[in-house]
Design a protein around this ligand. Structure first.
Ligand code: FES
Ligand code: FE2
Length: 385
């Protein structure tokens, strides 16, 4: 990995919010941070892949990309959910190429090796003359998987998954949103947005209501901005606000809007009878994919369908406003005019919390790096076997 600029003791120091500076602009723009974020954060934290209801019955599968790695989640013959790299052990071919579906076995789409739903290699055509080959050594590579309220997550790092189980990360959310339970909701659809900014710009923007009056005047009619509160927890933060009493679109009584951000890239936007789940995925230093998965308590009645249509049209307008401002900010961060900024204590505790966790992960990672040694000189192989 290339050297990371501005990864200094001074930057990594955690100052109190009122005195803190934002992370340096290089963390948003330098290509080395794109690779480092993947290794330091995305390959070590729980990542959302979908909902249990989309994996109904043996053989049902979902394809996903996690930290840039192809992954397949499948329900096996014993009704157990499993996750594997979607990578054949022969020469790296894909087992599934559709986003979702149902399969009796997982068959590689390249030369047809077949794997059982529990990952064991079963069929290996035309391999009789290959020596010292044992199918048992070539099963699919599995990935730790956990579910919470019907939402399915994977963690590419086994040790990290064990050290910090999913329920520890999300501890306290279920109690807070009760009586709403997310497993009772139905998946409606996925919408994907590509945004020309670094993923951290998108996350920072999500984590404050400071920008609402100027960027989202319409949203201010739904939320009571003055009552907007941010709370922080070990692995997530929560912004919440009572819905305005005169809003009939969402408020069905004592409605609350909960906006959970789970470090480093998951958002749970919870309104009465509705969950909109976001996963923020880095594509390049200055490109990000944001997944919106919509879930509702009722997706069938004509009245519900009208509400869903209005909900998603409104979400899309808000998202377009966020995209426009985030893309401007990315250009601002890349300009020579900017390096580091400051926080509003009143409005930006969520951004500060995110950046503090970011620094903590980088500090831990840096401490675990071996001291740099000069690379060994290249030696060509002396003969061919
Ligand atoms: S790569 Fe899968 S069968 Fe060849
Ligand atoms: Fe916004």
């Amino acid at each position: 990995m290339d050297a990371l600029p501005d990864l200094t003791d001074e930057v990594l120091r955690i100052a109190p919010l009122a005195r803190a500076e934002t992370i340096p602009s290089s963390w948003y723009t330098h290509p080395a941070y794109h690779e480092a974020d993947r290794r330091v954060l995305f390959e070590r934290c729980w990542q959302y892949v979908g909902h249990r209801s989309r994996l109904d019955g043996p053989g049902a599968y979902l394809r996903a990309e996690v930290a840039g790695h192809p992954v397949v989640v499948v329900r096996d013959a014993d009704d157990r959910l499993r996750a594997f790299y979607n990578v054949c052990r022969h020469r790296g071919g894909p087992l599934v190429t559709q986003d979702c579906g149902r399969a009796r076995v997982l068959q590689c789409q390249y030369h047809g090796w077949t794997y059982r739903l529990d990952g064991a290699l079963r069929g290996v055509p035309r391999f009789d003359r290959t020596e010292l080959f044992d199918r048992k050594d070539h099963g699919l590579v599995s990935i730790p998987l956990a579910t919470w309220q019907g939402l399915v997550f994977v963690n590419l790092d086994e040790a990290a998954a064990e050290r910090t189980p999913l329920e520890t990360v999300l501890d306290g959310i279920a109690e807070r949103i009760a009586p709403l339970r997310l497993d009772d909701l139905h998946f409606h659809r996925r919408v994907v947005y590509d945004v020309a900014c670094n993923w951290k710009v998108y996350v920072d923007n999500y984590l404050e209501g400071y920008h609402l009056p100027l960027v989202h005047p319409e949203l201010c009619n739904v939320l009571d901005v003055r009552a907007y509160v941010t709370e922080t927890f070990p692995f997530y933060s929560l912004q919440h606000s009572p819905l305005r009493e005169d809003d009939t679109r969402y408020n069905t009584g004592d409605g609350q809007a909960f906006y959970y951000f789970v470090f480093p890239n998951i958002m749970l936007n919870i309104l009465p009878g509705r969950l909109q789940m976001n996963a923020v995925e880095p594509l390049a230093p200055d490109r990000t994919r944001v997944i919106f998965d919509y879930y509702y308590d009722d997706v069938a009645t004509p009245e519900a369908r009208r509400r869903i249509e209005a909900d998603q049209a409104f979400s899309d307008r808000v998202q377009q406003e966020d995209i426009a401002i985030c893309e401007h900010v990315q250009r601002g961060l890349a300009s020579r005019a900017y390096d580091r900024g400051r926080f509003s204590v009143e409005c930006e505790a969520g951004v500060y919390h995110f950046q503090t966790l970011l620094k903590a992960h980088y500090r831990t990672w840096r401490a675990a790096q071996p001291a740099a040694e000069p690379p060994a000189p290249f030696e060509p192989p002396s003969s061919h076997a």
